[in-house]
Design a protein around this ligand. Structure first.
Ligand code: NAG
Ligand code: NAG
Ligand code: NAG
Ligand code: NAG
Length: 164
């Protein structure tokens, strides 16, 4: 009888856990249940989510994140709002995933972005508006993707570049 009860409890818990997993959004980035390693630097938070087998970008990235590392995961999609409000982020690492495209407005609130590494993915096209939101001259690593060419206007309005 106890064994049956125990089994029932386990089954019940398993159902809850499975159901929960299926319905949860992305894991939390920092915070109590955070999956990433979040360390406070002089100018903001360094969020390290490299090599965590992530299939989704963790949610609630701190607004004062300066460096966000998401390399070597299994990311395929980068939703538009992934980096919303990260006004201090200047480095973003997305290399070694399976990302096929970036939404044009994904960096709309990231004026400080300077370094974007997205090598070793599956990108075929880059939206031409992607970099227009940054006030900086971005170093972008797009190597090892499926890109054949970049839109003519891709680097247009890059403040420093346009002065060269
Ligand atoms: C980052 O923001 C959090 C929450 O707003 C705050 O507690 C923390 O002190 C901030 N850290 C830095 C380095 O700005
Ligand atoms: C990622 O998956 C591999 C293979 O299943 C496993 O060995 C590794 O421990 C996982 N890493 C994390 C951080 O869960
Ligand atoms: C990468 O994503 C594509 C779809 O965009 C999928 O067909 C392919 O199987 C994925 N590759 C890996 C290694 O997950
Ligand atoms: C560059 O800036 C001009 C004027 O602000 C704007 O009309 C144009 O669409 C911008 N180009 C891109 C590629 O965003």
């Amino acid at each position: 009888m106890r064994a049956v009860l125990l089994a029932a409890v386990i089954l019940f818990r398993l159902t809850i856990t499975l159901g929960h997993d299926r319905n949860t959004d992305a894991p939390e980035a920092c915070g109590t249940h955070g999956v990433c390693t979040c360390t406070t630097g002089r100018s903001g938070i360094d969020v390290d989510c490299n090599e965590l087998n992530l299939t989704e970008i963790p949610r609630d990235l701190p607004r004062n994140s300066t460096i966000v590392k998401l390399a070597k995961n299994f990311l395929e999609e980068v939703p538009s709002n992934s980096f919303r409000g990260l006004s201090k982020m200047f480095k973003l690492f997305l290399g070694y995933n399976n990302i096929s495209k970036l939404p044009a407005d994904v960096f709309v609130s990231c004026p400080e972005l300077e370094i974007l590494k997205i090598s070793y993915n599956n990108i075929q096209q880059m939206p031409d508006q992607l970099l227009t939101f940054s006030r900086k001259w971005i170093i972008i690593d797009l190597s090892h993707n499926q890109l054949t060419d970049l839109p003519e206007t891709f680097f247009q309005n890059q403040s420093v570049l346009s002065q060269v």
